[in-house]
Write a protein that binds this ligand. Structure first.
Ligand SMILES: Cc1cc2nc3c(=O)[nH]c(=O)nc-3n(C[C@H](O)[C@H](O)[C@H](O)COP(=O)(O)OP(=O)(O)OC[C@H]3O[C@@H](n4cnc5c(N)ncnc54)[C@H](O)[C@@H]3O)c2cc1C
Length: 459
């Protein structure tokens, strides 16, 4: 296992100045990290940059489901659901950070959905495997507006940590992976591009060259390469919010899929380690930085909960988060736009629009094949991307987070390595103190919140 830390990062920045790579990947979310992992495993030289921490964009703000999407099946998107279920099953088999979860799908009194849901679940099972489910009458497990429920199995993950695992895997395969390095601009040069990058921790700019650029900046793809072929009419942004409650306020054992009594939108209540995560919304937004949870959004999620649990509906959330989806297609309702990804290319760049966490391997493989045929005709790609970094079971420890997963700040550890923010927010202070003790014990300095190096020993 190679060291991958604040200190190797500084060395990598010094070493890569002026270097020519085959590929520059912009954006270290699940898509960019999957792409970098796939390319490096295929022997292609790659540099991956993210202007913030890896996984700090939408890839830590999802519902954290690895699923085929029953809703997509209901919309007749059979091929998408089948592909997603195939990916779900692969990830379940190959990664400890993806695990099975039992869901109850609720049917309200007077709703005509019982037969349709039953048939949909049968098809879902045929496409992806799993046990058949009988309709069960509500005998007080749920509030009285619920007639009954079907039970089915899907998967959950820690989206941010799955992203980190791909980055570490890419690093193990010799990709240069730099968090807190922003892509600022490019100029075309013979044989590719020259890119201007900036180390956000120091403000220092540097340049690298690459034969190709892959734009995986998620909701920011249009900002990153302005004037490219990404049309605002067909590339829409949609915001989704989640609320986090203490596990103690929700008596149920299973996760729940239900339709909001307010507008019929598909929602989830998902018990996780020490919390219950409830979401989500789906509303168009013009800005990739629209990340505040508004009081209307909070109230919508809280009021929708009353269909599932009285105690949950009465409780106050202890944390919340918002994320932005990038959707490809035309239409005036975000819920109707496809969740499938789209890849567009020109002579020197490839841009990925959309792509679910569940589907990241399919996107990465497709991009790697395109790159391979453009610049490496002789190269054969294997089954990629694989996870060559297994992580430690479910969540890692502080030492690994710093020395092998390139955390640069305390928040990087709390939010995207240990998952404390999302899965155990009541222990944020305690865990922060443990991190501070670790830093002190190991003489690790911080400057403007970033880890910078060892403090010289007094003696
Ligand atoms: C509310 C919600 C719920 C969802 N639930 C699910 C789910 O349950 N299951 C599922 O499979 N999918 C789900 N999705 C979809 C999934 O989360 C996203 O499609 C996926 O995370 C997108 O990943 P990405 O890598 O494209 O984008 P991001 O994770 O946003 O990564 C883009 C990165 O680009 C970086 N960047 C931007 N500008 C620059 C620059 N100039 N220089 C360098 N870096 C830059 C950003 O810092 C960011 O880290 C959900 C999405 C939302 C919004």
């Amino acid at each position: 296992m190679k060291q991958f830390s604040y200190s190797t990062r500084s060395e990598d920045i010094l070493r890569c100045r002026g270097t020519t790579f085959e590929v520059l990947v912009i954006g270290g979310g699940i898509i960019g990290s999957g792409v970098a992992n796939a390319l490096s495993q295929s022997g292609i030289s790659v540099i991956l940059v993210d202007r913030s921490d890896f996984g700090s964009g939408t890839s830590s703000k999802s519902s954290k489901l690895i699923h085929g999407g029953l809703r997509y099946l209901a919309q007749g998107r059979l091929k998408l659901t089948r592909n997603l279920l195939k990916e779900r099953n692969y990830l379940l088999k190959h990664s400890d950070v993806v695990r099975k979860e039992t869901f109850d799908i609720l049917v309200g009194k007077g709703q005509f959905g019982k037969l349709t849901i039953g048939a949909g679940l049968l098809l879902y099972r045929l496409l992806g495997g799993g046990r058949p489910s009988q309709f069960k009458k509500n005998k007080g497990e749920y509030p009285e507006d619920v007639d009954g429920y079907f039970t089915y199995t899907d998967c959950v993950t820690d989206d941010a940590y799955l992203t980190i695992m791909n980055v570490v895997s890419a690093h193990e395969n010799n990709a240069v992976c730099l968090n807190y390095v922003s892509f600022i601009g490019l100029e075309k040069v013979a044989g590719g591009i020259r890119a201007r990058l900036m180390d956000v921790t120091t403000g220092v700019e540097f340049q690298i060259q690459a034969k190709m650029l892959i734009n995986c900046a998620g909701a920011w793809i249009r900002e990153v390469v302005p004037g490219s072929k990404i049309s605002p009419e067909t590339t829409r942004l949609s915001k989704g919010v989640h609320l986090i409650y203490p596990r103690s306020v929700y008596p149920g054992k299973n996760s729940v899929a239900f339709k909001s009594p307010l507008d019929g939108r598909q929602m989830f209540v998902i018990p996780r380690e020490k919390v219950v995560i409830v979401g989500t919304t789906d509303t168009f937004t013009d800005s990739p930085d629209d990340l505040e949870v508004t009081s209307e959004e909070r109230s919508y999620v809280m009021r929708s909960c009353s269909f599932v649990s009285d105690s949950l509906a009465k409780a106050d959330p202890i944390a919340e988060y918002a994320g932005i989806r990038t959707l490809y297609g035309k239409g005036n309702k975000p819920g109707k736009l496809s969740r499938d990804f789209k890849i567009i290319e020109d002579d020197i760049s490839i841009t990925v629009i959309g792509g679910k966490v569940t589907d990241y391997r399919r996107v990465a493989y497709r991009v790697a094949k395109m790159v391979s045929s453009k610049i490496h005709t002789g190269k054969v790609l294997h089954e990629v991307p694989r996870l060559d970094y297994p992580g430690l079971p479910w969540h890692n420890n502080i030492e690994s987070a710093i020395n092998f997963e390139c955390s640069m700040t305390i928040s990087d550890i709390l939010e995207r390595r240990l998952g404390t923010y999302y899965f155990d927010p009541e222990r944020l202070e305690e865990t922060s103190n443990k991190i501070l003790e670790f830093l002190q014990r190991n003489n690790i300095k911080m400057e403007n919140e970033f880890f910078t190096g060892k403090e010289k020993n007094e003696d």
